[in-house]
Ligand binder design. Structure first.
Ligand code: AMP
Length: 216
């Protein structure tokens, strides 16, 4: 079976991260979440973290050049062999074009591109209750999936992301509409639209059907 190379597009709060967890488990892929990588770099105060911090805090996009360098580093031979899922990347046309070049050079192409379609109001109500494990980035919701100790190495410390306030979520949605929505026509017919208002189990089933149905 050839490796899967998946891409999840969608605004903050559309359920990409939650679905990524389930899909990684089901298909054994590597998770390439630019948001997780950036938050880790900010926590560790690396050079990348220092450069990215003010953008992430404001809910703005980190400059394309930084993200593209980061992606080049993540596309290692072992990940290519195993298969991967891009979650939150690309977010601009320039990133999309650069990714196309990178994959072409590597002789691979994306196998599935999913768009998580959801309204602004729904994302706001979801994100208000979102909590994240600081150690493994697992996502919880105070009502629908209350935080609990996730792994042996996790300290049980759950936080609300500083960019998860209503004001910042509204801003991030605007940024998504302005800068990321153009990617929907860039991917055109290759894009599979998912109704992100369905329950997590229903969405997982839809994703699996789409992936299983076309796996070679
Ligand atoms: P996320 O966890 O995907 O919601 O990303 C959190 C924040 O990280 C975003 O609001 C951006 O500031 C930054 N970020 C994540 N991925 C990208 C990307 N592909 N391009 C630019 N900025 C990004």
């Amino acid at each position: 079976m050839s490796p899967l190379y998946l891409l999840f597009l969608g605004p903050a709060g559309s359920g990409k991260g939650t679905q990524a967890e389930k899909i990684l488990e089901t298909f054994g892929l590597c998770h390439l979440s630019t948001g997780d990588i950036l938050r880790g770099a900010i926590r560790k105060e690396t050079l990348l973290g220092k450069k990215a911090e003010s953008y992430v805090e404001a809910g703005d996009l980190v400059p394309d050049s930084l993200i593209i360098d980061l992606i080049k580093e993540t596309l290692t031979p072992d990940r290519i062999e195993k298969g991967f899922l891009f979650d939150g990347f690309p977010r601009t046309l320039e990133q999309g074009e650069k990714l196309k070049e990178l994959l072409l050079d590597l002789g691979i192409s994306l196998t599935h591109i999913f768009y998580f379609d959801i309204s602004l109001e729904k994302t706001i109500s979801r994100i208000a209750g979102r909590r994240i494990c600081v150690d493994c980035n697992k996502i919880y919701h105070i009502d629908y999936n209350p935080p609990k100790t996730c792994g042996e190495d996790c300290s049980g410390n759950f936080i609300q992301r500083s960019d998860d306030t209503e004001e910042k979520v509204r801003h991030r949605y605007d940024v998504f509409e302005e800068q990321t929505v153009p990617l929907l026509s860039f991917y055109g017919e290759d894009l599979l639209s998912i109704d992100a208002d369905l329950t997590p189990d229903e969405i997982h089933r839809e994703l699996c059907l789409a992936i299983e149905g076309t796996k070679v």
